[in-house]
Write a protein that binds this ligand. Structure first.
Ligand code: AMP
Length: 524
């Protein structure tokens, strides 16, 4: 581990941000080369170089075929399910994300005049193992040493809670960003921030509200001109940009006028806030049910919530504010900038990781570039480090054979909402006599039906010959601080660490070569 300052990175669907801890111990967002606090997560591919951020966003209209947006929604997918080809190279979701991280890293390095290596990167709490692994790989491809992937609501609570630890609080974090909704109930207690329950929908975010407006105008076009403005990529991008602007204006104004031209025809359409709210009510209802479910998972009631913490640009929308008001009119935590909270919290966690490492290596903090007064901000009332206790967001299981029903089913090894890091071991009997091998199917999800879960991977273990049916094999699931799983099979005097073959693009061994390839690309 280096003695350079660690950073926190919010790798968002629509925007990303990077923050560090300044000499006074305060988390600060580091502006990019354009002087902006947040960088659009948009990538524009040119010959031998890429542009990331506002410049790329502007090009999204002129040359949409060279632009990649919303790549966070593709994380964890195999190259067969997602890749974008530019020049000779087909870029995976990890590679595209790594370019956003490179931009943040290099701009921040210029700004603070230090090389950046260690980083905490945030992910939605609801991200599963392949999505988290892909995020770690993206960081490594960008030349970062990923200290941890941290849940976004935990990061937000850290940004909020660190200065208020003198009073215990129950906090409900509502994070509605460009592409995902994450809701989490947390307890901020003297020495710790503890996640109690969490749920998310990473197919629900600002883009869905944008799409309502896009589709409204497309229908109008069809009615007036029998044309579809969405078939042309440039027209589609233009309309999307107008829709985002209209949506944001509707947060302040009661109506907006949207004009869109395509193929010699044009449409003028007034959109009233009420109409927009009616159209969006199914989306708001999805938000509501996720919140209610999380509260019920925690066995809590709204009146027990001391404050609601709002994160993500979409929480500025009146209809979202109204939804939140219906949650028993709980106080909304002010003073946290919705766009910057996650990056700041990640920076705090990065510094906590550094202190923890110093403590383990006996460095006594000497290697951490912070004065005593600034360090005090990271300690709890008893003088120890602030502790972050996370819980699992999905059940991790193994597929077994049901003797009675003669069909496979999922046995839960680590249940949802279990505090981690954790290790769980269970013994099983072999399903038939003389089995030559056991095939362990590792799955993630809440169903007992294997097809309804995400397959994390499979591993095969050779067995000694002539075993009777029911011979004991023990399975150990080890879930680390990054919510990435390791599986160990024990039995017959052997212990085998199973290699989980994930569907994601890279194996650990491929990273170095892919990183060298990507380094050829200039990013600005
Ligand atoms: P985030 O990814 O958390 O930065 O959230 C960005 C999302 O919030 C995008 O969908 C934006 O269009 C949306 N957004 C930002 N500001 C506003 C606003 N004032 N009103 C409505 N939506 C907004």
């Amino acid at each position: 581990m280096s003695s350079k300052r660690p950073v926190g990175i919010d790798l968002g669907t629509t925007f990303s941000a990077i923050a560090h801890i300044d000499h006074f111990g305060e988390p600060q967002v580091i502006p990019n080369a354009e002087g902006e606090m947040v960088t659009p997560s948009v990538i524009f591919f040119e010959e031998g170089r890429v542009a990331v951020g506002t410049y790329a966003l502007q090009h999204a209209i002129a040359e949409p075929e060279r632009v990649v947006e919303f790549v966070k929604r593709e994380m964890g997918k195999s190259p067969a399910d997602f890749s974008r080809k530019f020049g000779e190279h087909a870029y995976t979701a990890e590679e595209v994300s790594s370019l956003i991280l490179r931009k943040l890293k290099q701009d921040a390095e210029k700004r603070i005049g230090e090389v950046i290596e260690d980083a905490v990167i945030t992910v939605p709490a609801y991200f599963n193992d392949p999505e988290r692994t892909a995020t770690i790989h993206a960081g490594e491809l960008a030349g970062l040493n990923v200290l941890q992937v941290l849940n976004e609501p935990t990061a937000a609570a850290l940004a909020y809670g660190i200065t208020r630890l003198s009073t215990d609080q129950t906090v409900f974090v509502f994070d509605l960003g460009g592409g995902t909704l994450d809701v989490t109930l947390m307890k901020v207690e003297g020495d710790a921030i503890r996640m109690v329950a969490t749920n998310g929908d990473h197919r629900l975010g600002g883009k869905d509200w944008d799409d309502l407006i896009v589709n409204l105008i497309a229908e109008e076009f069809d009615r007036e001109h029998s044309k579809n403005p969405l078939l042309d990529l440039r027209s589609y991008q233009e309309l999307q940009t107008r829709a985002v602007a209209a949506k944001i204006q509707l947060s302040r104004r009661r109506e907006v006028m949207l004009v869109h031209s395509f193929d010699g025809a044009s449409v003028r359409r007034e959109i009233k806030r009420e109409e927009f709210e009616t159209m969006a009510s199914p989306l708001v209802e999805r938000c509501r049910s996720l919140c209610e479910m999380t509260l019920s998972d925690a066995g809590a009631q709204w009146k027990e919530v001391d404050s609601l913490l709002l994160v993500g640009g979409m929480t500025r929308m009146p209809m979202v504010r109204e939804l939140i008001r219906t949650f028993g009119d709980r106080p909304i935590a002010e003073g946290v900038n919705a766009d910057e909270a996650v990056a700041r919290g990640a920076a705090i966690q990065a510094m906590l990781c550094r202190f923890e490492k110093d403590r383990q290596t006996g460095g006594g903090g000497a290697r951490t570039p912070l004065g005593e007064a600034a360090r005090a901000r990271f300690t709890n009332r008893e003088g120890g480090l602030i502790e972050v206790r996370n819980i699992t967001s999905h059940t991790l299981g193994v597929v077994l054979w049901d003797e009675q029903r003669l069909e496979p089913y999922v046995f839960p090894m680590i249940r949802k909402m279990t505090p981690f890091p954790i290790e769980v071991e269970n013994a099983f009997g072999t399903a038939a006599p003389n089995l030559e091998k056991v095939v362990v199917h590792v799955v993630e999800g809440e169903s007992t039906v294997p097809d309804e879960c995400t397959v994390l991977g499979t591993c095969e273990i050779e067995l000694p010959p002539f075993l009777p049916k029911g011979s004991p094999v023990s399975l150990l699931y080890r879930y680390n601080a990054n919510q990435v799983l390791e599986v160990v099979v024990r039995g017959f005097g052997k212990e085998t660490v199973a290699t989980i073959r994930r569907g994601t693009a890279f194996k650990e061994s491929d990273i170095a070569a892919a990183k060298a390839d990507l380094a050829q690309l200039k990013v600005d």
